[in-house]
Design a protein around this ligand. Structure first.
Ligand code: GTP
Ligand code: MG
Length: 239
């Protein structure tokens, strides 16, 4: 059941007619963390806009996508690799890190172990992505279960600060900060692209242009300034 105070409007639901974007990118993200922390649920909420309260463990890796509008001129297709948290699938998920430009590491705020295991997840991710080419986000998930909380917000923030990651707390169940989590990472990737800290490479699928316009029109020198990006702010009044 959605809490109205938490609902976040989707850009695609705007009543104005869709504009043709001048710039159209594809960013590839990977979502990791212990089994049952809610990776598939947060991705389903982000890409399909629904929440199913059943445990349906992911086998290997699943793939999802959603188009978001970072500004009037920039649309991005976010491809998300949903990985299995279970140990027995680790050998499969390894190969998906390499092409990720965004890495979202999730723990369950009601499960201390899932927070302790973040260290291992982060280490594994760092070893397998190109560190300079990946934006990291730490997510404390299931904040609708505030009364069962075992990991404080401050603990999450400290870890994120110490490892130069973004941090946010979310709930797929009551739709809180789900959009924000993905949008913050997407906007940071875009900013780094504009500043030349990230670049598209033929042998790397982290960032691609998928423009309907000729390739020269989406050259890096023509990318609009980052000033037009509205800063994404986590919703602090979810629960
Ligand atoms: P693996 O695929 O095994 O790695 O697990 P996962 O991390 O994908 O977890 P999944 O999304 O399947 O969710 C596990 C359980 O947590 C399910 O029963 C979900 O309904 C529940 N869950 C997910 N997100 C939330 C949330 O925001 N709040 C609450 N209360 N439950 C959630
Ligand atoms: Mg899953």
């Amino acid at each position: 059941m959605n809490d109205k105070s938490c609902s976040v409007s989707r850009t695609s639901s705007s009543s104005s007619p869709p504009k043709t974007p001048k710039y159209f990118y594809q960013f590839r993200f990977i979502v990791i963390g212990d089994s049952m922390v809610g990776k598939s649920s947060i991705i389903r909420q982000f890409t399909e806009g629904n929440f199913i309260d059943i445990a349906d463990t992911t086998v290997g890796v699943d793939f999802h996508a959603r188009i978001v509008e970072l500004s009037e001129e920039v649309k991005v297709k976010i491809q998300v690799w949903d990985t299995a948290g279970q140990e027995r699938f680790r050998s499969i998920t390894f190969s998906y890190y390499r092409d990720a430009v965004g890495c979202l590491i999730i723990y369950d705020i009601t499960k201390k172990d899932s927070f302790y295991n973040i260290t291992e997840w982060y280490k594994e991710a760092k070893e397998n992505v190109n560190e300079e080419e990946c934006v990291f986000m730490l997510i404390g998930h299931k904040i609708d279960k505030e009364s069962e909380r075992k990991v404080s917000t401050a603990e999450g923030e400290r870890f994120a600060d110490a490892h130069d990651m973004f941090f946010i707390e979310t709930s797929a169940k009551i739709l809180c900060n789900v959009e924000e989590a993905f949008n913050i990472v997407a906007k940071e990737v875009y900013k780094r692209l504009v500043r030349g800290q990230l670049e598209m490479k033929p042998d790397w699928d982290g960032i691609k242009t998928v423009s309907t316009q000729p390739a020269e029109l989406v050259g890096l020198d023509r990318i609009p300034s980052v000033d037009m990006l509205v800063e994404e702010r986590p919703n602090k009044k979810c629960c």
